[in-house]
Design a binder for this molecule. Sequence first.
Ligand code: F6P
Length: 487
Amino acid sequence: MANKKFKSLGVLTSGGDAQGMNAAVRAVVRSALHRGLDVYGIIQGYNGMYQGGDMIRKMNWDSVSGIMHKGGTEIGTARSDEFRTREGRLQAANNLIDVDIDYLVVIGGDGSLTGAHLFREEWPTLIQELVKKKKITQAKADEHPRLKIVGLVGSIDNDMSGTDMTIGADTALKRITDAIDMLGDTAASHQRTFVIEVMGRNCGYLALMGALSTGADSVFIPEYPPAEGWEGRLCEIIKNNRDAGKNDSVVIVAEGACDRKGNPIKPHYIKEILESKLNQDTRITILGHVQRGGAPSAFDRYMSTVLGYHAVDYIINAPEDQEPMMIGMRRNKVRPVSLMESVKKTHSIYDCINKGKYDNTIYFRGGRFKEALTTFRTMRQASPKPPEKGKKKLKLAILNTSGPSPGMNAATRTAVRLGLDAGHQMLAVKNGFEGLIEDDIGKWAGTVWQDGLLLGVPLWEPTENLPRKESIILSHQLLINIKLMDY
Ligand code: F6P
C-alpha cells in the first residue's frame, strides 16, 4: 500500500509528443490507482500545472481506456512561458497542493525533465512562500514537504543517455523505414537519387538506424561529421554503387548534421552536388512530423507500459529524499538512473560535438551506436575490399533453421557482406540442417553483394567438393552478431 503521507500522483506529458506516450500515461494511471493513490492527469504539461482548475483532472480506470494504440498524447503537451518564471512555478505548486499531489511522473524530453528537476529543488522554498503569502496553511505545507519526481523519456529522437531507447523512437524509425522503402520504389523506377531528411534534433540515431535498416548509400549525422572533401567521397560511393548495378540511391541526412567546421549539411546542398558532379536526377524528401504521428509500434506500447508501471512502483518505494530518477531500459531490463546524471551526460555529447571531439561523441552514444556506424560503413560499399595478404581465409556457411521470420534476410545479408568484406568465403546451406546433412551447400551468387537484395530463398550456385564444417553460422541473429564481432 502507498505511504499514507502521500495521497495523490500527477502525470503529465511535456515537450514534443511521441508515440507510446499514451501507453505510458495509461500504465502510470492504472498502476497508481491499483496502489490506492488518487491520480491526476495534468493537461498540456506544465501549462496545465500552471493553469490549475480543470487542467488538473482526476483520472479513473476508464479515463485511459482506448488510448494505448493512439499516436500523440491524449493529455496534451504545450509550451509554458509562465512555468519558466518563479511566479509561474509558485502558482503551479499551489495547484498541485490543492489536490495533494506529492508524486509527479513527467514524460518528456531532456528539457522537460530538467524543468521537473528544478521544480523539485525549489519545492521547499515555494511552499514557504505560499505559507508566507497565506495561500496555504502551515499545516498544509507540513503535509507536503517534498515533491517526488520520476521521469520517463518521451522523445522520438532517442537522444537521452541512461536508456537504450526513448518512448517513440522505435515507431519513428519504423515510419522512416516505411517511407524510404516507398521512396525506393519510385526512385528505382526512374533511376533517381533521393536525399531524405529525418528528425532527431542533435542526435543521429534515427538517421543512422534508418540508413542501416534501408540499405541507404550514405548517411550524415551530427555525431560523426564528414571530413573536408566529403562531397567527392559521397559522389564516389554513389557512382560505385550505380556501377555495381543499383538503380536508385538514397542519402539520409539527420536534421542536425554538420561538417567538421560546424556548417550545417542540408539536403539542397547535397542535391546540388549530386546533380552537378554526377548528373544524377535527384529529389528531396523532408519527412518532418509524419515521423512523430500514427499508431505506436508494439515495442513502444510494450516498453511504455512497463516503464509506466515501474515509475509508479519506484516513486512509491524510493526513499523520501531520493533525487529525481529516470526509468529507462538498459539491455532490455528496466533500470532507474539518476535523472540529472543522464541529462548531464546527454549534454556532454553536444559539448563534444561542438568541440570537435567526435570519438568521444560516438563513445558516449554507446556501443550499439558505434557498432551500427561500423556495420553501415561496411554494408554500403559497392564491393568487398580486397583481401588482406596472409590473412587466414575461412569458409563460413550460413543456414536458416526453423520457420522463416522477418529480419532473417537482413541478418543473412549482413553476415554475407561482412564475411566477404573480411576476406572469407561465404557459403549457403540450402534447407537448413537437412541441406547440411545432404551436402546441399553452394557459394553465394554475386548479386547478393551487388544489389543488396536477398530474397527469401538464397540464390544458388551448387559447387562440388566444397570443404565444409570448418565454420558454420546459424542465421539466428544473435549468433551472427556474436560471431561477426570477432572479425
Ligand atoms: O524532439 C522531437 C522533435 O521531433 C525533433 O526531432 C525535432 O527537431 C523537433 O522535435 C521538432 O519540434 P517541433 O515539433 O516543435 O517543430
